[in-house]
Design a protein around this ligand. Structure first.
Ligand code: SF4
Length: 208
């Protein structure tokens, strides 16, 4: 299907709002499909968008999928890009999800405040039940070496400040690392998460 901005995985309805991202992570699933013309997709889905959908387009398609799949429990903002580029549409779709009695989850690189040029943490905390922020590394240098943020090493501080602000505002925040970083780095990541009052989630190389 063209413009796969809504797709199913397990009991989650995944929403793909944008292909834009302020990072270029070495391990990003987009790297396995770097040529949009080939359109191999992820988990059987082609997640390269021809256009960024409006909130209404997402809601209309989500409604049809949810009507056919009553087993769905949550709406997850994820996809081939950083969802907070579309924070307004994200909030509108999250409102729809809550009206349907579903939980909402966000997977983010945590750079949404810089991306939007304003503090979006109120919007996020008030619309998202589980906020997953990709920590990926335990200091700014290591982070930049694998994530290549458009803000360079500052991307790490921007990400952590975002996560901390969400925690302070009562958000349910997890920092995540990918299991390939090893035990020592994972222990350091746990300390960082605890320091800001967040949980730590250790993800497999490719995870939802
Ligand atoms: S932040 Fe996520 S979408 Fe962006 S490059 Fe990294 S893994 Fe890919």
């Amino acid at each position: 299907m063209k413009d796969q901005y809504v797709y199913l995985m397990g009991r989650g309805l995944y929403v793909n709002l944008t292909n834009r991202c302020s990072n270029r992570c070495d391990f990003c699933v987009r790297n396995y499909d770097v040529d949009p013309a080939k359109k191999h997709g992820f988990a059987g889905y082609d997640l390269w968008l021809d256009h960024e959908p409006s909130a209404q387009e997402v809601i209309d398609r989500a409604r049809a999928v949810l009507d056919a799949h009553p087993e769905v429990e949550e709406v997850v903002f994820c996809g081939y890009g950083e969802p907070t580029y579309r924070v307004e549409q994200l909030c509108a779709v999250a409102d729809f999800a809550h009206e349907r009695g579903l939980k909402t989850r966000l997977n983010t690189n945590g750079q949404g405040n810089a991306i939007n040029g304003r503090d979006i943490t109120d919007d996020i905390v008030s619309h998202i039940d589980e906020i997953g922020v990709s920590l990926n590394a335990t200091d700014a240098k290591k982070y930049d070496a694998i994530c290549h943020s458009e803000w360079g090493e500052r991307g790490f501080d921007l990400m952590l400040a975002f996560a901390e602000e969400c925690v302070k505002k009562g958000g349910n925040v997890s920092l995540s690392v990918v299991d390939i970083i090893g035990e020592e780095e994972t222990a350091k990541a746990r300390t960082i998460a605890e320091k800001i009052g967040a949980k730590l989630r250790v993800r497999k190389m490719i995870d939802g």
